[in-house]
Design a protein around this ligand. Structure first.
Ligand code: URA
Ligand code: SF4
Length: 208
């Protein structure tokens, strides 16, 4: 398989930088056979950004462009996400971004519970390494980890404290691209992030 780093648009190249602490994890993901998504992926998409990072975003799973490039959120959803981050003065290079499954579900179908479970250990380890002050979940699959049984339409934008990390559920950017009115809702929800970052304690207590 050709190395996508060689053909990726230059602006994306910094996102391939592997945090030293995650080198083993990224290698394990690259060879992971643990669920059926391994059979159809082009590239694994472990995540992007620095470790540690104060802000972590967790989406659903790679789409077509992500599978081609091996980077999260680099298609249309990613463009909107970049715009949202810009409104709070942040950029992709200073935020850790990943998904609940690291391989593309074929045809962009929803990830299956068994796939999310098989991939969960990687996400757990990433959270431990990132040590975020704020986690924003993007869409219902990452939301379900902290808010089981809740509806995103009821709880989006409402932060929950998990240990010393704030977890704030957000709509998925793809939903906002489908339903224009959600774009403004997402922008408003994002505006809470700076205050949450500022209010989180600077202690070293265990995070989720
Ligand atoms: N949608 C996601 O949930 N994750 C991506 O990485 C891209 C699109
Ligand atoms: Fe492994 Fe996760 Fe990819 Fe499944 S989705 S093969 S568990 S890395």
């Amino acid at each position: 398989m050709a190395d996508p780093r060689l053909t990726a648009p230059p602006a994306l190249r910094p996102l391939y930088e592997v945090p030293a602490v995650a080198a083993d994890l990224y290698e394990e993901v690259a060879d992971c056979p643990a669920c059926i998504l391994a059979k159809t992926r082009t590239h694994t998409v472990p995540g992007s950004g620095p470790m540690p990072a104060d802000l972590m975003l967790i989406g659903e799973g790679p789409g077509q462009r992500e599978d081609e490039l091996g980077l999260p959120f680099v298609g249309r959803s990613g463009q909107f996400l970049d715009e949202l981050l810009g409104t709070i003065g942040r950029s992709r290079q200073d935020v850790y971004v990943t998904n609940v499954v690291k391989c593309r579900p074929p045809g962009n179908r929803d990830p299956e519970p068994a796939e999310i479970a098989a991939c969960r250990g990687y996400l757990d380890r990433q959270i431990t390494m990132v040590r975020p002050r704020v986690i924003a979940t993007l869409g219902r699959f990452s939301m379900a980890r902290w808010f089981p049984g809740e509806r995103i339409s009821s709880i989006h934008g409402r932060a929950l404290r998990a240990g010393s990390t704030w977890v704030v559920p957000m709509y998925h950017p793809a939903a906002a691209l489908r339903t224009g009115s959600l774009r403004e809702v997402m922008k408003q929800d994002f505006q809470q992030i700076p205050a949450l970052l500022a209010s989180a304690p600077a202690d070293e207590a265990p995070r989720p």
